[in-house]
Structures are given as structure tokens and as C-alpha cells.
Design a protein around this ligand. Structure first.
Ligand SMILES: NC(=O)c1ccc[n+]([C@@H]2O[C@H](COP(=O)([O-])OP(=O)(O)OC[C@H]3O[C@@H](n4cnc5c(N)ncnc54)[C@H](O)[C@@H]3O)[C@@H](O)[C@H]2O)c1
Length: 334
């Protein structure tokens, strides 16, 4: 295989802004077909990226495109059913996050991926970020000492109009949940990458300024495997400036960073000494994810962001929702 030929399914916002540019820019990667139930945006994206094949039907696209790999950028309720069909059809698959609506259906996909000889990835691209890699290296080389705490604060205003294309993001049946699925899942994936699944969670979710059937804010206490307690706050309901910040606190050192909005340096503190570490800026955060997946296909190895790992995030998210619904601490069991 000279390079990886992609079928891109879903030509909405993220596909236009980041996925198609990444599929086109990555080395040894080419978009050969696009598919969307809305043909107009599919045609527009195809024209922009010089793609000849345009489909309005997923099964037809799968059968006829001649692609080696499929990128799924559709609403979450379609992720698992379409991912299963891609693997059944003998193609590699990379699906947007979150992996699926809940851990039960994600488990079906994780099992199918395990039994397939094709690669199965999920777009938790923050595992490729320089910030994450720096913190991961500190965990691995023991620089933190014992991990004793940390916090995660994520605010971004989200209030799609009822007629907007992305209104599905605030409908439980289509998205699995609210901001814990849409935004939280990225952060839970990072935590799992650093510390594996937590022991337990204690959460409250609320819908304060909207009439949705999903949460617009949440507060969580996360107990790591070593007993350390992290706190997390998520809000979709404040018009104040976007805030994405994370701090990991060890007995000897801490790191914090704000990412991806505003970027800035990573702060590494040892005792009282603070170092500002510049992390190279990445213009398209989907590009390292796509490049790694293409290289994995061509070199017959696993990608960094696998479906197996993404499944853990669905387990943690389910535990958080259960804790909020039952008003108690819930153990996180894979
Ligand atoms: N990685 C990230 O940071 C990030 C950011 C935003 C969204 N996302 C994820 O990307 C995915 C798409 O989000 P979006 O914001 O682009 O949504 P969107 O609503 O803008 O686009 C979704 C597209 O899928 C199409 N579609 C719907 N049903 C289809 C079907 N059966 N077959 C083919 N196409 C179909 C729609 O017509 C639409 O064009 C979601 O999974 C979302 O969670 C990821």
C-alpha cells in the first residue's frame, strides 16, 4: 500500500475545520471519498480538498469508495454502529470522541476491535500534546513523588440554537450526555493516560440555565488508585472567557497548563522553584493524531489512541453519571 486512502464520513464543523485538513496534510494520506446525508456540505468539502467521490449513503460509501480507512465524524449515536460496520467491511477505522453513547455499547466495539486485524482508533488527540507528554514523562520518572491531588477546570460557553446543526450535542439520545461527554471525555482520557482508571468518583451534575435533558455543569471528586483526590469542575453555562486548566500535584512537584485555548507555557514547580516550559504550538491538533494513525497502518503497529483505551473513558463517564444519579460515591470498574 503506497499510502492510506480515506473515506471521511460526516462533513460538519470539525471535519471542515480540522479533520479534512489533517487527512490532506498528513504524509502518505489522501482523502478519496466523502459521505454525508447532507450532500451540499459534502460537495463543498470535496471540492475544497480535490475529492472525486461523494456519497449520501454510508453503506454505499463503504462498499464502493475503495478506501483503506474510514474517519467517522458524525454525531455520537452513530459512532458505535458505524465503527462496527467499518471493521466488518475489512477497513481500518478512526472515530471521533467520545467513543459511543455509553460503556455498554463501547464494550461491544472494543471487543470487535480486539478480534479484528484492522486498526481501530478514537480521536483523543490530547495524548499527542506536548503538555500531556511532559506530564506523562514526569509521572514515569517519579519526579512528582507521590501524587497527592490536582484540579481540572473547564469552562466554555455552549448554547446551540434549537435549529442549529449541532443541537444534537445537548440531546442525550444523540450525544450520550452533555458536556461531560463532549468536553469532559477529553480530560478523562488524559487522566486515564496518566494514572489509569480512578478507583472511584463522587459527582453532582446539574442543568441550570437550559431546558436540555443533559447536564450543563458538573462537579466531581475523583479518587485515584493511590487514594489521591482530584477535583473537577465543568461548565457550559457561563459566558465568561473560556478556561481550560489542569494541575497535577505531587508531594515533591506539580505541573499545570492551560490548553488548548490560550496555550501558554507549562508550569513546572519543584518545591518553591517555578519553571516555565515552552511547548511547541501545534496549528491543527488533529494532525499528529492522523499522522500517527497513518504511520500505524503503514508500519503494522497500534496507534497511540486506541479504541481499547477510549473504552476506559466511557467506563469512567458512566460511573460519574451513576454517582450523580444515585447521590453516592461509585467505584469505577472496567
Ligand atoms: N475532537 C474534538 O475536539 C471535537 C470537537 C467537536 C466535535 N467533535 C466530534 O466530532 C463529531 C462531529 O461533530 P461536529 O461538531 O462536526 O458535528 P456536526 O453536527 O457539525 O457534523 C456532523 C455531520 O455528520 C453528518 N451526518 C449525520 N448523520 C449522518 C449519516 N448517517 N451519514 C453520514 N453523515 C451524517 C451531518 O449531516 C453533519 O454534517 C462528533 O462525534 C463530535 O463529538 C470532536
Amino acid at each position: 500500500m503506497a499510502g492510506v486512502k480515506w473515506l471521511l464520513v460526516g462533513t460538519g464543523e470539525i471535519a471542515n475545520n480540522r479533520i479534512a485538513p489533517a487527512l490532506a496534510e498528513a504524509a502518505n494520506s489522501k482523502i478519496v471519498a466523502v459521505c454525508d446525508v447532507r450532500l451540499e456540505p459534502a460537495r463543498a468539502l470535496a471540492k475544497k480538498f480535490g475529492v472525486n467521490q461523494i456519497y449520501g449513503d454510508f453503506e454505499q460509501a463503504l462498499a464502493k469508495s475503495g478506501a483503506d480507512a474510514v474517519y467517522l465524524a458524525t454525531p455520537v449515536a452513530l459512532h458505535v454502529p458505524h465503527s462496527l460496520r467499518v471493521l466488518e467491511s475489512g477497513k481500518h477505522m478512526l472515530v471521533e470522541k467520545p467513543l459511543g453513547l455509553n460503556a455498554t455499547e463501547c464494550h461491544r466495539l472494543a471487543r470487535a476491535a480486539q478480534g479484528s486485524n484492522k486498526l481501530a482508533g478514537c480521536a483523543y488527540y490530547r495524548r499527542h500534546s506536548g503538555y500531556y507528554k511532559f506530564a506523562k514523562a514526569m509521572v514515569e520518572n517519579g519526579e512528582f513523588g507521590q501524587i497527592v491531588g490536582g484540579y481540572l477546570n473547564y469552562f466554555v460557553y455552549h448554547k446551540p440554537d434549537k435549529s442549529a446543526l449541532n443541537y444534537w450535542t445537548v440531546v442525550r439520545e444523540k450525544a450520550g450526555g452533555g458536556l461531560l461527554c463532549h468536553l469532559g471525555s477529553h480530560i478523562f482520557d488524559i487522566l486515564i493516560g496518566l494514572f489509569d482508571l480512578p478507583l472511584s468518583v463522587c459527582a453532582q451534575c446539574a442543568t441550570l440555565t437550559n431546558d436540555w435533558n443533559v447536564e450543563d455543569c458538573a462537579a466531581i471528586i475523583i479518587k485515584l488508585r493511590n487514594g489521591a483526590l482530584l477535583t473537577a469542575n465543568f461548565n457550559w453555562n457561563s459566558m465568561t472567557p473560556v478556561r481550560h486548566e489542569l494541575e497535577i500535584l505531587g508531594a515533591r512537584a506539580k505541573v499545570s497548563w492551560c490548553w488548548p485555548h490560550g496555550s501558554g507555557p507549562l508550569l513546572k514547580t519543584i518545591g518553591h522553584e517555578v519553571q516555565e516550559i515552552e511547548i511547541p504550538k501545534v496549528n491543527n491538533i488533529h494532525l499528529p493524531l492522523v499522522q500517527d494513525f497513518v504511520d500505524a497502518v503503514l508500519n503494522n503497529r497500534q496507534p497511540l489512541c486506541t479504541v481499547a483505551e477510549a473504552f476506559k473513558t466511557s467506563v469512567l463517564t458512566d460511573a460519574i453519571y451513576r454517582s450523580a444519579a444515585e447521590g453516592r460515591e461509585v467505584k469505577v470498574i472496567e
